[in-house]
Design a protein around this ligand. Structure first.
Ligand code: COI
Length: 390
């Protein structure tokens, strides 16, 4: 109760800070608009205060992984030569940009994904947000974009979560998925970096990613479509890595599979990752996951699993993992921010289907419980991964 009151007092302080920002707007030449733009600073402050008071009108029992529009989004801009300076919260809504924006014409854009959790004491926590900030910086370097500092990124995420706190699902019902975007928003015609960039964060309450919920998923191993090639951008979270897998994903879904598992594009032999998550196999209690070598996204959940495995007595190896080993594994699971840890029930490869161990005694179930207990504050966070927002 005391903690709950503390959290609320901080929200009021936060609203006052926000009101100040609206009194002294230093964001001239601002091209974004929202259809529900607040008419005055007072209106915005009272809206945010109300946000804290009113429970969002969401059926928490029915949450899947779809967009639920929330109250606010964070926006910060900079030109090619500049650094990002200060951003602000806008009402969530459509954005306006030139038809020749770099992101629309040449796909100059990155995205991130992280989650905010509501704990039993009412406080809100993020999981390793600075890892998302660092990954965005690496991606920005690859995509010739300026990027926010780690501090700017984490502060913007916190502001976005606090402004939308009524949309954070109750403990055990899901989380608030936070989606930072970094896009070339300025106009270009010839192929070149955009002259202006926008860092934007929106959020949506989510439940489980796959329609299977926490039940095992079924994957199709594709050796016709590839997600990434050496020298390409598979190792960074650019928006342009995701539309190209839609075809393979749609074909697999039409045959009843949950997702596609991709192989390396050179030898079509080693595992890479699924469309939306990394992959691990378990054989004789040894856990293995493909090495990150530029074609595989360095997942933050993947990294966290690698780091906690030794604490739970598991041997973990990062190495090339062949499709033959996959077919011979005892257990397989996928990891990702959206997916968390999803057990794999079966795999289809070249017309052959294999089934894997599943259920409460599996490695993936134990790791799921270990990870989510840290995220939800149910055990002491000895790794120092969680960041309380208040
Ligand atoms: C995430 O797990 O956060 C992702 O960005 C994957 C996305 C395809 C939902």
């Amino acid at each position: 109760m005391f903690l709950r009151r503390l959290c609320r007092r901080d929200t009021i302080k936060f609203s006052e800070k926000l009101l100040d920002r609206y009194r002294f707007p230093e964001f001239g030449n601002y091209h974004f608009y929202t259809s529900r733009a607040a008419s005055s600073s007072q209106q915005i402050a009272s809206d945010i205060y109300r946000s804290d008071e009113d429970e969002a009108n969401v059926n928490w029992e029915e949450l899947g992984f779809g967009i639920v529009p929330t109250d606010y989004m964070y926006v910060m801009k900079c030109s090619k030569e500049d650094r990002f300076s200060e951003g602000k919260l806008n009402r969530f809504g459509n954005i306006e940009m030139s038809p020749s924006a770099g992101v629309l014409n040449y796909g100059q854009g990155l995205f991130e994904g992280l989650k905010a959790y509501k704990r039993e004491d009412g406080c809100l926590a993020l999981f390793r947000p600075e890892e998302n900030a660092l990954r965005m910086q690496k991606g920005a370097e690859r995509m010739c974009m300026p990027s926010p500092s780690v501090e700017q990124f984490v502060d913007a995420v916190k502001q976005t979560v606090l402004a939308n706190k009524r949309w954070v699902p109750p403990p055990g019902k899901g989380s608030l998925y936070v989606r930072p975007l970094l896009i070339g928003s300025g106009p270009v015609l010839g192929l070149a970096p955009a002259p202006e960039y926008t860092f934007l964060i929106y959020a949506s309450p989510v439940g489980t990613y796959f329609k299977e919920g926490l039940s095992p998923i079924n994957l199709f191993v594709d050796d016709e479509f590839h997600r990434a090639t050496p020298g390409g951008t598979g190792g960074v979270k650019t928006i342009s890595n995701y539309a190209p897998v839609l075809k393979a994903q749609a074909l697999a879904k039409s045959k009843g599979f949950s997702d596609v598992l991709y192989l390396d594009s050179i030898n079509k032999r080693n595992l890479e990752e699924a469309s939306s998550c990394n992959v691990f196999i378990v054989k004789n209690d040894v856990i293995s996951t493909p090495t990150i070598e530029g074609t595989i996204l360095p997942g933050i959940t993947r990294k966290s699993i690698i780091e906690i495995c030794p604490h739970y007595g598991y041997q973990i190896q990062e190495r090339p993992v062949s499709v033959e080993e996959l077919m011979d594994a005892d257990e397989v699971f996928c990891t990702g921010t959206a997916v968390v840890i999803a057990p794999v029930g079966s795999i289809m490869y070249h017309g052959k289907r294999v089934e894997y161990r599943s259920g409460v005694e599996t490695v993936s179930q134990k790791l799921y419980s270990a990870l989510t207990s840290i995220q939800m504050g149910l055990v002491e966070d000895k790794m120092g991964w969680t960041v309380e927002i208040d």
